[in-house]
Design a protein. Structure first.
Length: 223
């Protein structure tokens, strides 16, 4: 349905009350939108989405229960709903995990809220909503412009190239993430993370996960 011919129903999920107030003021001032539900955590977001069937779900990544987990669940259950992240995080890990979860937009909370209605209208019409600096990172990732450390580490791979997911796990290991933290960041199980780590250690020909992470850091700093 054309967005110009209907009032779009928006679910707002954020545990930060001032942000919800800012969003409400921005959308209440525009008769193209109606906020059908306001919630403060991921579980409530999923429940409200099932109950209210919104056109757009505006989610905070860092809310209790994880906005990323809510995005996965809502995208699976309501494939026609548009999902937009509104967050303070401009970290690549959050950005790319959100994109893998199927979000249609990724906005930062430092944006001018007067631009929010048009951004959401664009998303409903099939456009992507994302700050220019984040678009550049997405293009860099998908154009295959690999970081300078990657070919150097690859020279040590003994049994085939690392997969994209293994590179992600290795990068997080190098940042000293625990297994549980990697699982939460990539939205996978802890057992899957351990399997990836085992594969990375074998392919790099090192003794353990600590050695793999150290190799990553050493090659990155020498690139």
């Amino acid at each position: 349905m054309n967005a110009e011919n209907k009032t779009l129903r928006v679910l707002v999920a954020d545990d930060h009350a001032p942000t919800r107030d800012d969003v409400r003021r921005a959308l209440d001032a525009d008769d193209r939108f109606n906020i059908c539900s306001e919630v403060a955590d991921a579980a409530e977001a999923v429940q409200a989405a099932m109950r209210k069937q919104p056109d757009i779900c505006l989610l905070d990544i860092r809310m209790p229960g994880s906005g990323l987990a809510a995005a996965w669940e809502i995208a699976a259950r309501l494939p026609r709903a548009k999902i937009v992240m509104l967050t303070v995080s401009d970290e690549d890990t959050d950005l790319f995990t959100a994109l893998r979860a199927g979000v249609d937009g990724y906005l930062l909370k430092n944006m001018n809220m007067r631009r929010l209605p048009d951004a959401l209208l664009g998303v409903f019409a099939g456009e992507a909503a994302m700050p220019r600096e984040l678009v550049a990172r997405v293009l860099e990732r998908f154009h295959g412009r690999e970081p300078r450390w990657r070919p150097l580490v690859t020279a040590h791979v003994s049994e085939g190239r690392l997969t994209s997911r293994e590179w992600e796990v290795l990068a997080l290991l190098a940042r000293r993430y625990t297994t549980a933290e990697i699982a939460a960041s990539l939205v996978v199980s802890a057992s899957a993370v351990r399997a990836h780590i085992t594969s990375v250690v074998r392919k790099l020909g090192v003794g353990d996960r600590a050695a793999a992470a150290e190799l990553f850091r050493e090659r990155g700093s020498s690139a």
